[in-house]
Design a protein around this ligand. Structure first.
Ligand code: KIV
Length: 266
């Protein structure tokens, strides 16, 4: 049963059942555990860990070693939730052999699949899939191409819409089990959706897709105000953490912590 739940078949089943899918990113044990216990449909160990947790300005400095470390914590936290791991910058771009070896590391840690940005390395993506490793595609805005494209909304003209439709077709033909559309116009998203037989999930891609994914730091209010328009903040952990730290410091300075409740007796 647990095995069935973690297979990427569930993504197809949920589309067949017309069930909207809610995914989040997670980078550590406690958040993954809470997401799992709350019934979040799937977790992405995103390379957004670079900007969210490591303080980098882009995702480009994130390495395979970083992704392995964060994936280990997430995998420990989940019982039933499929975990998909982002292939970081340049990790599947050189040879098919290296792409397979790198993707395989995440499956061996307990992930259910990997996610790749863009379609330019379609041969390597196919090589990963042919090795038995489920792959999720990711088109629209691809942050790993930041220095070529910047951060922008994709699909404001016919050429961009056509390019994304073509990319989605290439990915589907290659055998990916789902595609993420990031930061695209509603028109582009719906054009891709209606031509696809695999699940299409959005982040900043409007509604009516097969599901949504959000970056956990945006959901929790831990993005220091740098979240884009589409990133709905559901709580403000920054405020709560600041309050807790300030109170703790005050109590230590005033000699009020530890009080009797928090010390061992003789
Ligand atoms: O790394 C990430 O968080 C992502 C999401 C934007 C889908 O790729």
């Amino acid at each position: 049963m647990g095995d069935k739940l973690k297979s990427v078949r569930i993504f197809r089943e949920k589309k067949e059942n017309k069930e909207f899918v809610a995914g989040i990113t997670a980078y550590n044990y406690p958040v993954a555990r809470i997401a799992d216990e709350c019934g979040i449909d799937w977790i992405l160990v995103g390379d957004s860990v670079g900007t969210c947790e490591m303080g980098y300005p882009t995702t480009i400095p994130v390495t395979m070693e970083d992704m392995i470390t964060f994936t280990k914590g997430v995998i420990k936290g989940v019982k039933n939730t499929p975990v998909i791991v982002d292939m970081p910058f340049l990790s599947f771009h050189t040879t098919p052999e290296e792409a397979i070896q790198n993707a395989g590391k995440f499956l061996q840690l307990g992930a259910s699949g990997v996610k790749v940005e863009g379609v330019k390395k379609a041969d390597n993506i196919k090589a990963i899939i042919d090795s038995g490793i489920p792959v999720m595609g990711h088109i629209g805005l691809n942050p790993q191409y930041y220095f070529q494209t910047g951060y922008k909304i994709v699909g404001k003209n016919k050429e961009e819409i056509k390019e994304s439709i073509d990319s989605a077709k290439i990915l589907e033909k290659t055998g990916v089990f789902a595609i993420i559309l990031e930061s695209v116009t509603t028109e582009l998203a719906l054009e891709v959706l209606k031509r696809s037989s695999i699940p299409i999930y959005g982040i900043g891609a409007g509604r009516n897709l097969d599901g949504q994914i959000l970056v956990v730091n945006d959901i929790l209010g831990l993005s220091f105000g740098s979240n884009p328009k589409f990133a709905k903040q559901y709580t403000n952990l920054e405020k709560q953490i600041r309050k807790a730290f300030t109170q703790y410091k005050k109590e230590v300075k005033e000699g009020k912590f530890p009080d009797d409740k928090h010390i061992y007796g003789t």
